[in-house]
Write a protein that binds this ligand. Structure first.
Ligand code: GLA
Length: 382
């Protein structure tokens, strides 16, 4: 949670609207392992982080609603009836999407004023969009007494992303942001949408995130294309999702599909296995086993599932010769964003400096380095 952000948003709200708002903080997320498995009803291992969106919101008697994006200094006034996604609407579509999806499930809301600000680097693959959706659905649920459970709320957020941002995402981001547990990662079963929290202690190691600062646009068709491929293969296998496929099953239909599609489905099957191995290693406190799984995950994402890019591959590859690094992989949807690295705590500073230098030399661009704390999910700030 970021106290500074909350103070800023609250101060700005009081200035503009002169009433005490309700304040919600909704975090971004990282993902230890289990990428592109969520929409295959498989397993992921995400965690909420101490960066997120702070939202101040209150009811309004006027006949329009206001949303103000403090970072961008953009105000949007809108009517809450007959909502449609806006062409190039950016952040507005997440807000509109949440309102519209609440209405679709029969929830009545009135007009509201809202101001939000965030400190999740955008395009980094740390789910600033899920944090934004969750902050609004949580705030509106509270404000208008809608009586939704957290599980119902994240489905509203996910639908907002599908129908207003055009990304057919899985449930991982919204889940992690809503249900995060302090100092823990969540082994999430994306079929039952239930998780188990694992206390995370990497001992002499810690997580580093390096943002390539290459901006991926998830609504770019590539993400939805991957999902379609997975669904096509499941259909051929006569199962509801790749979660139920084994390597033998896939082998049987190998000649009926392209090699590209075969490799993609194989990646998903293997990644699900890796998530289980990773969580077992955490349970046994076997830190050494984690690195290899991270590298394997990256290899699959890059060579089989094909969602990496040269900058991410470079960042992962340059860790391989470094004895202080246990493992690394790209994180999130792909096509830019971050890599997640598990490295010796004591080497953090040196590694950060060296990597920044090498990245600059290779791409003539700056990368950004972050460390994060695993934190609790969406909450009301009293
Ligand atoms: C994005 C999506 C998630 C998930 C990841 C890849 O973050 O929003 O649902 O599919 O990509 O693991």
């Amino acid at each position: 949670m970021s106290k500074k952000l909350i103070k800023e948003v609250k101060g700005c709200f009081l200035d503009k609207f002169k009433v005490q708002p309700l304040i919600v903080f909704s975090p971004g997320r990282i993902n230890l392992i289990g990428e592109h498995t969520d929409y295959n009803e498989g397993f992921t291992f995400p965690a909420a982080i101490n960066k997120g969106i702070a939202l101040a919101i209150s009811k309004s008697n006027s006949n329009t609603s206001n949303a103000y994006a403090l970072n961008k200094e953009e105000l949007y006034a809108f009517k809450i009836e007959n909502l449609k996604p806006l062409e190039g609407g950016g952040w507005r579509n997440y807000v509109l999407g949440v309102v519209a999806e609440l209405q679709k499930i029969g929830k009545q809301i009135g007009n509201f004023n809202s101001i939000f600000a965030g400190n999740i680097p955008s395009g980094a693959g740390m789910s600033s969009s899920a944090a934004l959706e969750n902050s609004f659905v949580f705030g509106l649920n509270e404000l208008f007494d809608l009586g939704l459970t957290k599980n119902e709320m994240i489905l509203v957020s996910q639908k907002a992303e599908h129908n207003f941002a055009g990304v057919k995402c899985g449930i991982m981001d919204q889940y992690a942001s809503m249900f995060g547990v302090k100092k823990s990662a969540l082994l999430l079963d994306c079929r039952t949408v239930e998780s188990r929290a694992y206390k995370i202690n990497f001992k002499d190691y810690k997580l580093m995130l390096i943002n390539s600062n290459i901006k991926h646009d998830l609504s770019e068709s590539a993400y939805n294309d991957r999902r379609e491929v997975c669904e096509k293969v499941s259909e051929l296998l006569n199962i509801s999702a790749l979660r139920d496929a084994s390597k033998d099953d896939l082998e049987r239909i190998k000649t009926d599909i392209t090699d590209e599609d075969y490799q993609k489905a194989l990646y998903v099957i293997n990644e699900n296995i890796r998530v289980k191995k990773f969580s077992e290693a955490i349970k046994k406190d076997d830190i050494d086993a984690l690195g290899d799984l991270l590298y394997q995950s990256h290899e699959g994402l890059s060579k089989k599932f094909k969602v990496s890019c040269k900058e991410l591959d470079f960042l992962v590859n340059q860790t391989k010769t470094n004895p202080n690094v246990l493992g690394a992989r790209m994180m999130g949807g792909g096509f830019g964003g971050c890599v997640i690295i598990l490295l010796k705590k004591a080497e953090f500073k040196t590694f950060k400096k060296d990597t920044a230098k090498q990245f600059k030399k290779r791409f003539d661009k700056d990368c950004s380095v972050y460390s994060v704390k695993l934190s609790q999910g969406t909450l009301l700030i009293k």
